[in-house]
Design a protein around this ligand. Structure first.
Ligand code: NDP
Length: 242
């Protein structure tokens, strides 16, 4: 085989929450560009061409098992996308300890477990791409989302610390901060509320999951090799200025 005919090496990519919503679109985008993609599926199915691994982020043993399954199937992840997340929205005075801790445990502590486990093999390989899916709300704040906004702002501090800690070993860590995206998470919002949000968005519409996915695949591409510690908004201009 001549040098030109050598097919590019597939990278091992792990995306959490790949059975639906933004995670599914991210997984599909990596599959489309020829990467070997594993997705965590707490429920539902992996998209076509991706390998499903069971994972419950609130259980450290389950996170470890998901990495082991991925490593056996396609090698240690060179790209980690920590996407899975939840909301438990309610105003502060009604927010229970459980509403708070479930969101922090899933969105923030879950991401800690993922990056800690992924960095083990990335450090050895001296390369890796970590992308954390935060939210415009983490920087802008939002009434009724004290728990969620705190978890998503926490990811920014986590990513910037990882950038300083892991950067010297060829690992980049970035945050994507979507605005409103058309998924199950926003489908439950009443029509009038959706219309009012759209008025505040300069592009006057919600994003499609694919529009978030294209930014994530770019951050994992060679073209983004010198981008790290960045918070990239994908919010139609909603959070401009922070
Ligand atoms: P969805 O609600 O559509 O999907 C959430 C995903 O996370 C599902 O795959 C779900 O699995 C998984 N998940 C939730 N909890 C756990 C857990 N404890 N362990 C393992 N997996 C879990 O969300 P979106 O696609 O809308 O959002 C994806 C990410 O993007 C989230 O982090 C969210 O905060 C963020 N985001 C979303 C925005 C939006 O407007 N939609 C805006 C800004 C940020 P299962 O199907 O089993 O429940």
């Amino acid at each position: 085989m001549s040098e030109e005919q050598v097919s590019p090496v597939k990278r091992s990519v792990l995306v959490t929450g790949g059975n639906r919503g933004i995670g599914r679109a991210i997984a599909e985008a990596f599959v489309a560009q020829g990467d070997a993609v594993a997705v965590t599926t707490r429920s539902g199915e992996a998209p076509e061409g991706a390998y499903g691994v069971a994972c419950e982020l609130t259980d450290p043993a389950s996170v470890d098992a998901a990495f082991k399954a991925t490593e056996e199937h396609q090698g240690a992840p060179e790209v980690l996308v920590a996407n899975a997340g939840i909301t438990r929205d309610t105003l502060l005075l009604r927010m229970s300890e459980d509403d708070w801790s479930q969101v922090i445990e899933t969105n923030l502590t879950g991401s800690f477990r993922l990056v800690k486990r992924a960095s083990r093999t990335m450090l050895r390989a001296r390369k890796g791409r970590i992308v954390l899916v935060s939210s415009v709300v983490g920087l802008l704040g939002s009434p009724g989302q004290v728990n969620y906004a705190a978890s998503k702002a926490g990811l920014v501090g986590m990513a910037r610390s990882l950038t300083r800690e892991l950067g010297g070993r060829g690992i980049t860590t970035n945050v994507v901060a979507p605005g409103y995206v058309e998924t199950d998470m926003t489908a439950g919002l009443p029509e009038e509320q959706q219309a009012s949000y759209k008025q505040q968005i300069p592009l006057q519409r919600f994003a499609s999951p694919a529009e978030v996915a294209s930014v994530v695949t770019w951050l994992a591409s060679d073209g983004a090799a010198y981008v790290t510690g960045a918070v990239i908004p994908v919010d139609g201009g909603l959070g401009m200025g922070h």
